[in-house]
Design a binder for this molecule. Structure first.
Ligand code: DP6
Length: 343
């Protein structure tokens, strides 16, 4: 092999039943199964070029060469695939994020899913999507789910081989999400650190695990029945329970900022005023995501813009599964990068 190239796009996902805690840190085995909605509006495009002439891995994000620390994360991830094929050519990895990086919008989810699919494409790996999701998982847990579109479950499994994602429903039934970008700065406590501290110190953690299991069963039933209000109520309750585990950790911490609380209050006011079903969820950052009917997004956006800068309210429909891109698609993405159109 002199050069082997693969290019892929993966959309980010927002968990409606959160993944919060690992039972095996090295293998990224979660303490609980989770369920997410893939979003159309945010994604990562990645091109990987394995090249025999390279003497080390290179990683460029949004056109900028990354630090050794960032390259090391990519190299470690590539090692997993190379172990599988039994050789280790070095690679040039180029990614373009159409996601506000580290804003709690799970950019690592789309990043490792896109990289996993690009590598599988470059190396012509003969594996199912589900199998590939077990590789993506080891870059970042949430990326397990970004290989699929719509509603996706990541089943915790019993081992590294069966802790994988599978599609639950294409979410093609008037589903949407609004993201209130409260703060697009780098998150202060990485989810990896936050979840570990919580598992170790929160007395509420066992209750989290117990009820996350029940929430997942109830949510899958609600999705099967297309019962939006039950789906939304479980989403909001599950997310707040996850955040209750951080508040009960020792020492306690939170991902919420003062503005997150204002945003939450705005959502409560607006849904009351419009009498529209809209349910909040938050991740390891200060931003607030709202699960709503796609057909209500316009009205909600308008009403929220009285309380919140309109340019910080982003809407999205459900997104597709990750897919392979052509060289021409890649050139277009690069063009958007130079034109400053990426987020
Ligand atoms: C709150 O997938 O970022 O967004 O596996 O350590 O990389 P690592 O963590 P990550 O955690 C995501 C946590 C969450 C909930 C979720 O997406 O399920």
């Amino acid at each position: 092999m002199t050069q082997a190239v693969g290019i892929a796009r993966a959309h980010t996902n927002i968990a409606l039943i959160k993944y919060w805690g690992k039972r095996d840190k090295d293998l990224f085995l979660p303490m609980n199964s989770s369920l997410s909605l893939t979003l159309e509006a945010f994604y990562t495009d990645t091109k990987v070029t394995f090249d025999d002439e390279l003497i080390k891995d290179i990683f460029l994000l949004n056109g900028k060469e990354q630090s050794e620390k960032e390259v090391a994360k990519i190299s470690h991830f590539l090692d997993l695939f190379c172990e599988y094929i039994g050789k280790r050519p070095f690679a040039r990895v180029e990614s373009i994020n159409f996601v506000p990086t580290a804003a709690g919008l799970a950019s690592s989810a789309s990043a490792f899913a896109a990289l996993a699919l690009a590598v599988a494409d470059a190396l012509k790996l003969d594996m199912t999507r589900q199998e590939l999701s077990t590789f993506a998982r080891r870059g970042s847990g949430s990326s397990t789910r970004s290989l699929f579109g719509g509603f996706v479950e990541w089943a915790m499994g019993t081992s590294s081989e069966d802790s994988m994602a599978h599609p639950v429903d294409d979410a093609d039934w008037d589903i949407g999400m609004l993201v209130l970008v409260v703060d697009s700065q780098e998150k202060k406590i990485a989810s990896r650190i936050g979840m570990e501290h919580t598992v170790q110190t929160s007395p509420f953690y066992p209750a989290w695990i117990e009820t996350a299991r029940e929430d997942l069963q109830a949510m899958k039933a609600a999705i099967a029945e297309k019962d939006f209000e039950t789906l939304g109520r479980i989403t909001e309750h599950n997310g707040f329970k996850m955040h209750a585990t951080t508040l009960s950790a020792n020492p306690p911490f939170t991902y919420w900022s003062a503005d997150s609380l204002l945003a939450q209050e705005a959502v409560r006011l607006v849904r009351e005023e419009l009498q529209v079903p809209a349910y909040m969820t938050m991740d390891a950052g200060p931003n607030v995501k709202i699960l709503c009917r796609a057909s209500d997004m316009g009205r909600l956006q308008k009403a929220l813009s009285i309380h919140f800068p309109a340019e910080n309210i982003i809407s999205s429909l459900p997104g597709p599964a990750a897919y392979v891109l052509s060289e021409a698609d890649w050139q277009q993405s690069k063009m958007r990068l130079t034109e400053g159109n990426h987020i």
